[in-house]
Design a protein around this ligand. Structure first.
Ligand code: MSP
Length: 480
């Protein structure tokens, strides 16, 4: 098998436009995809994102907006795609769960699972939260019977005929899977959570809705719609059912938020086992962040738009600010004050200043040409360190390393006072210029992954064969 990477984000609900929580997951996946492209070559990387549209939430949101569902979906899918384009997401494909290619794959898998004997008809009596699109138990709810995540929505009482998926039959196979593949779900702490959940016993799950107004009809019973999660999970597989894409399935790796780990690490692998399809190579479930210590919510009015942040500070600031503020995998917090400070010190004062100073000095004192450019490469150790951090998906670690390298270069510049040295010892100064040029070179390479919007500007400054280009202003704080 040719080394390849297939990276996915969740398909997002379109009842609203993206907020920075969604963009956190998408930006993290984008960063991993950019790294893989450098490592494996463009054509060997497939980065998928998209929208989850067959949800009652969508129907409700369309009705509220007073437009028909199909028009609403079209409009919202375009908004999500535009948002990702605006903030510089390098996705290769955008899947919508209302597309025919997905509907066909859902039918195919549903039929396979049915034929295997893992889907049967029964009655579902119980509670359902449309906000989560999840079946609930009384103990999942607050004392007054409301969903903890969607307290403003009424919990529905369902009593209907449903088709059920025999999830209980997969308890042992799943436990064995986690035992044999202890690194499949990252970070490790999440594996522990899932394993104890599996050990507590699995119940069969309802996978169709008789009363749903919208969705994909069951192949064997069109009066039922496929349960939205059963349908949505299949999107990852649907996207590989295009000519030339099939082999990517073997390299599938899902990046998700911790809120949807059970769907991805219990139901999804069980569905695949039942359908006789290879499981994805892994799953990474990142944490959630609050804004100024508070959960983001429309009613609190603290929802931050990634597009607004990007317009103010630029795309690199948005991604670097989010991904460097807490460990990928942990929970964290985002505050506008910290973000502005980060922008001022790390980007404008750190990266921008370094590139500008070094380029200006080399232009002024060496006619724009450093000597021995072939010796300007920083040691292999530095590259190995970056690779190691990226391979372990330590995105904050990678950014910290980047800014530490910037600081080290700025410090070299200050301590050597090369602009004075050049007047007394030209040879010694030439060596320092070569060394500083080496820093810029290395920082430009890493920027392809970490600061991709600025990378072309950096590349132009670094020039070729030690001949620098014109100094450019990056991270212009006037945007603040
Ligand atoms: N449609 C489902 C996913 C189906 S995947 C087969 C869904 N969509 S969602 O629109 O609600 O997006 C959920 C994802 O958004 C989370 O898993 C997480 O990645 C991201 N986040 C939403 N809010 C977030 C934060 N406050 N912090 C970090 N990530 C957040 O669930």
């Amino acid at each position: 098998m040719k080394p390849a990477a297939f990276l996915t984000t969740p398909v997002y609900y379109v009842n609203d436009v993206p907020h920075i929580g969604h963009s956190y997951c998408t930006l993290a996946t984008d960063t991993l995809a950019r790294y893989e492209r450098l490592r494996l070559g463009e054509e060997n990387v497939f980065f998928l994102t998209g929208t989850d549209e067959n949800s009652q939430k969508t129907v409700d949101a369309a009705a509220k907006a007073g437009i028909d569902t199909a028009t609403y979906l079209e409009d919202m899918a375009t908004k999500w795609q535009n948002c990702w384009d605006t903030i510089g997401i390098s996705y290769n494909d955008f899947i919508r769960t209302t597309q025919q290619r997905h509907i066909d794959t859902v039918h195919e898998l549903f039929q396979k699972i049915y034929d295997k004997g893992d889907i049967y008809k029964g009655t579902y009596k119980g509670l359902y939260c449309t906000g989560c699109e999840t079946f609930k138990k009384t103990l999942d709810l607050s004392e007054d019977g409301r969903c903890l995540d969607h307290p403003n929505q009424d919990i529905k009482k369902l009593d209907e005929t449903n088709y059920f998926f025999r999830l209980s039959a997969y308890q042992e196979p799943l436990l064995k899977w986690f035992e044999d593949n202890p690194d499949w779900l990252q970070p490790r702490s999440r594996t522990n959570e899932i394993v104890s959940f599996l050990k507590s016993g699995l119940e069969d799950v309802s996978v169709s809705r008789e009363t749903a107004e919208f969705g994909i009809s069951l192949p064997m019973d069109p009066s039922h719609k496929v349960y939205v999660w059963f349908d949505a999970l299949i999107n990852y597989y649907s996207a590989t059912r295009t000519e030339g894409r099939e082999d990517f399935w073997q390299s599938a790796y899902h990046i998700i938020g911790k809120d949807i780990t059970r769907f991805h690490c219990v139901i999804w692998p069980a569905m695949l086992m039942s359908a006789g399809i290879e499981l994805p190579k892994g799953v990474f479930a990142h944490g959630f962040f609050t804004v100024n210590g508070t959960k983001m919510s429309k009613s609190l009015g603290n929802v931050i738009s990634p597009v607004a942040l990007s317009e103010q500070y630029g795309n690199d600031a948005l991604r670097a600010g989010l991904l460097s503020s807490f460990e990928f995998g942990n929970d964290g917090d985002f505050s506008a004050d910290n973000f502005a400070e980060f922008y001022r010190t790390k980007l404008a004062g750190g990266v921008g200043n370094l590139f500008n100073r070094v380029t200006v000095l080399i232009t002024k004192f060496c006619d724009g040409q450093v000597t021995d450019p072939e010796h300007c490469q920083l040691g292999q150790e530095m590259k190995d360190k970056f690779d190691d951090l990226m391979e372990k998906k330590q995105l904050k670690g990678a950014y910290d390393f980047y800014f530490a390298t910037v600081d080290a270069a700025n410090q070299r510049l200050n301590e050597t006072e090369v602009w004075k040295l050049v007047k007394v010892d030209a040879d010694a100064a030439a060596k320092i210029f070569t060394e500083l040029y080496g820093y810029l070179w290395f920082l430009t390479d890493m920027a392809e992954v970490l600061l991709p919007e600025s990378a072309p500007k950096m590349r132009a400054m670094v020039g070729e064969n030690g001949k620098v280009g014109a100094a450019e202003i990056m991270f212009n704080s006037g945007r603040e």
